[in-house]
Each structure stands twice: as structure tokens, then as C-alpha cells.
Design a protein around this ligand. Structure first.
Ligand code: NAG
Ligand code: NAG
Length: 403
């Protein structure tokens, strides 16, 4: 990276830091103290929040632990001697021979990096005392440090449908390989005419400001998954409104993948499943239906597991930014997280609109009218992501669209 990048990086770091401080104080002012108490009080009344011992059905046996007591003195919680892990999300075997997994296992470098048993999604069964104690020591998005137990617990408790345990049901794709396209919003797609190729995949992932109207020939129309954080979703609605991103993609078969990067994501997810306005925090009063459509049910939503985010960051995208004092700002981009999610769930993965070696020839996004240079945000490491996509492409693990 040349020095102009670094100058910009520093400026952005400063800007990022200032806004996070502002946001944090806002958060403290609006969410923290009053909210957690209110929620705990609410939960205490109608139904106690149950922490099931791992592997056992909810509330079965004597291993349940009500929220009422103080967190540290969980005297009534007696974990069974042997804690079982919840069933992994990739429990359905794949009949596909030319798969990401097969190719990764055949590659000397990626064989060491991929751990296909890492859980991708999180659901109600994961909410155990063991998981709580482990994740409360790691900051978001890798854990739950500073998040009220009641908020996390009451959200996870709602993720109790079988659809919350896997991204898709393999039974609906009998026989062959499940082919996924992950569509980033890079300027390389402008004029690409890749719409038909994208839509020909079994499943299509889109992210953030995924403008479709007017760009059907270049980016297609199919949306199986929309991946986001509440922050990136709402920022996209503001920043890309002028380019036609006036609404988050909606549809009967469309599922939403929440990246839990902040308490906002847990709070919004809970409200979305319940179909009620957001009760507190920076999104207070927001109607989830405005974003996700009228259908509110657990089946519609997936939540990435903080352990999965930790695994992806340490094994695939361990940026040098993590060695600086700004390490807590760093996380892989939304696009990177969705592409890596697809790699851990689909059989074959094509990436469109992701950063390539010749990114300077293209605009930041495909929908811009005038060419804008790619913005390097301080909290992401796009050069590291570019190197990862290049090397996965060379290993035959993904097909990276390039031109
Ligand atoms: C999931 O939880 C909700 C709310 O607690 C409950 O109404 C529903 O029956 C549960 N669904 C399943 C499949 O257990
Ligand atoms: C996108 O493509 C069109 C047609 O090829 C071109 O006129 C336009 O300038 C491009 N936009 C950007 C931002 O490069």
C-alpha cells in the first residue's frame, strides 16, 4: 500500500474512532442502564429465561437456570458432567463430488485453514451457561462482552425453529451440488451482463445496498439471502437512496442473515421475529416490517454464530490492523462474511462484484453514475480480502468474477 492509502486510513481511523465514541456515549445514554433493567424485569414476570444445559431439550430435567438470580451465582445451575455441543449446522451430508469441501481438503494450504465443523449459525440451543461464560469475555462481533444477558438470551430463545439451524434445507436440492452466487456491490458489475449467470445459481446471496432495479442485466434479480448488520443496512438505505436503494429486498422465500456486530442486531432481530416495534436503543420505534416485510416469524431469520465470526477472522482474515490500538474496530466486511458463510454451507460458490486485482479500473459500486474510487474503510482490510479471494480462486475453491 502506498502512502496516500495510509493517510486516508489514518483520517478514516480518526473519523471512525470519533463516531464510535459518539455512538458509544449515545448508546450508554439511550440503551444501557434503563433498558437492561426493564428487560430483566419484563422477563421475570411472565416467563423465566431458561438456560438449558447443552444438548438437553429446554427445561428438561434439573439443568435449567432461571434468569432471576445474579449471573455469577448460578447455584441452581448444575451442568451435566459431560457437556455436549449442539448439533453442528452442517449435519446434512452432501452428495456433491466437486465441492468446496472436497477442493479445500485437496489443497495443502486451505486444508489447514478450513474447519467445516465450526457452527455457522446460532440458535436457542446454544444459549448455555458455558457459552455465556465463554462469549461474555469477547467483544462483539466475536462475543457478548458488555451485552445484557437478558437481551441476548431473550433473542436466542426465539430462534427455536429448525430453519434457524441451517441456511437451507438440502432436501430441496436432491441429488446434485448446491450452487451459490454471492453478489457484492463492486463497480466491476456495471456493464457486466452477468444477471442471467447469477440468477442461474440455486441460491443467491446479496448484501447491504444491493440495488436491483435498473441493473437486472448486470446483477440479476434473484435474492435467496440478504446479509447485513443493522448498521450497514440502515446506512445503505441512507447513502444509496439516491441510486435507488429505497428498500431492503423482500420476498416470500427470502431469508435474512443477521451479523451480530452490536447489541442493535440482537434487539432488532428479536423485534423482527415478534413483529413489534423496537422497544429501545438507537433503533427505538423502528418497525421491522419496514425492512423485512409483513411476515414475522423465526423461520425468516438466521443469526451468524459469534464463534464463526471469530473463526473466520482468525483463520481467514487475520489483519495486521488487529495488532494496532484500533484492533477492536476491525472486522471483515459484510461481503467477506457472506462469501465465507456461503463457502461453509454451499457446495459450489461463485463470487460476483468482489474486489479484484484491477479494482482501480472500476467504480466503488456498480450503481454509481460517475466513477468513484473504492473507499477503504478503516475497520476493514480490503487488500487482505482481495488476496484471499485471489488465492481461493486459484485453488479452485471459488469462482471469482473478473474482467
Ligand atoms: C418457539 O418459541 C415460541 C415462543 O416462545 C413458541 O410460541 C413456539 O411454539 C416455539 N416453537 C417451537 C418450534 O418450539
Ligand atoms: C457504468 O456503465 C455505463 C455504461 O457502460 C457507463 O456509461 C457509466 O459511466 C458506468 N458507471 C460508472 C460509475 O463507471
Amino acid at each position: 500500500m502506498g502512502s496516500p492509502h495510509w493517510k486516508r486510513l489514518c483520517l478514516l481511523l480518526l473519523a471512525g474512532l470519533t463516531s464510535s465514541l459518539l455512538l458509544y456515549s449515545h448508546y450508554r445514554a439511550t440503551v444501557e442502564a434503563p433498558t437492561s433493567q426493564r428487560i430483566i424485569a419484563n422477563l421475570l414476570q411472565p416467563e423465566a429465561l431458561i438456560l438449558a444445559a447443552s444438548g438437553t431439550p429446554h427445561g428438561a430435567g434439573s439443568h435449567s437456570w432461571a434468569l432471576g438470580g445474579s449471573l455469577e451465582s448460578g447455584n441452581s445451575f448444575k451442568p451435566s458432567a459431560k457437556l455436549e455441543e449442539p448439533e453442528p449446522s452442517r449435519k446434512q451430508p452432501s452428495p456433491c463430488l466437486q465441492s468446496v469441501m472436497a477442493r479445500a481438503k485437496a489443497d495443502p494450504k486451505f486444508r489447514e485453514i478450513f474447519h467445516f465443523n465450526t457452527p455457522v449459525l446460532m440458535w436457542d440451543q446454544h444459549f448455555t451457561l458455558e457459552t455465556w461464560n465463554r462469549l461474555k469475555t469477547r467483544h462483539v462481533p466475536y462475543g457478548w462482552q458488555g451485552l445484557p444477558l437478558a437481551v441476548v438470551g431473550s433473542t436466542l430463545q426465539l430462534l427455536n425453529s429448525s430453519a434457524n439451524r441451517h441456511l437451507f434445507d438440502r432436501a430441496t436440492f436432491p441429488g446434485g451440488c448446491v450452487r451459490c452466487a454471492v453478489v457484492g456491490n463492486g463497480g466491476i458489475l456495471n456493464g457486466s451482463r452477468q444477471g442471467k449467470a447469477i440468477d442461474s445459481h440455486d441460491l443467491v446471496f446479496r448484501i447491504n445496498g444491493a440495488v436491483i432495479k435498473g441493473f437486472e442485466e448486470d446483477v440479476g434479480t434473484k435474492v435467496s439471502f440478504y446479509g447485513f448488520t443493522v448498521n450497514t443496512m440502515k446506512n445503505s438505505l441512507i447513502s444509496y437512496e439516491e441510486y435507488g436503494f429505497t428498500q431492503v429486498p423482500q420476498g416470500k422465500d427470502l431469508k435474512y442473515i443477521f451479523i451480530p456486530s452490536d447489541i442493535r442486531d440482537y434487539v432488532m432481530l428479536k423485534s423482527a421475529i415478534q413483529g413489534t416495534p423496537v422497544p429501545e436503543g438507537s433503533d427505538k420505534g423502528d418497525k421491522p416490517q419496514k425492512y423485512f416485510g409483513p411476515e414475522a416469524s423465526a423461520e425468516k431469520f438466521k443469526l451468524l454464530h459469534p464463534d464463526f465470526l471469530q473463526y473466520l477472522t482468525t483463520r481467514f482474515l487475520r489483519s495486521e490492523l488487529l495488532n494496532t490500538q484500533y484492533s477492536s474496530l476491525y472486522m471483515p466486511s459484510t461481503g467477506a462474511l457472506m462469501l465465507l458463510t456461503a463457502l461453509h454451507t454451499c457446495d459450489q460458490v461463485s463470487a460476483y462484484g468482489f474486489i479484484t486485482d484491477n479494482y482501480e479500473q472500476f467504480s466503488d459500486h456498480y450503481f454509481e453514475v460517475e466513477k468513484k474510487p473504492l473507499v477503504f474503510y478503516a475497520n476493514h482490510d480490503m487488500m487482505l480480502e482481495a488476496a484471499l479471494w485471489r488465492s481461493l480462486h486459484r485453488a479452485g475453491i471459488i469462482t471469482l468474477y473478473q474482467r
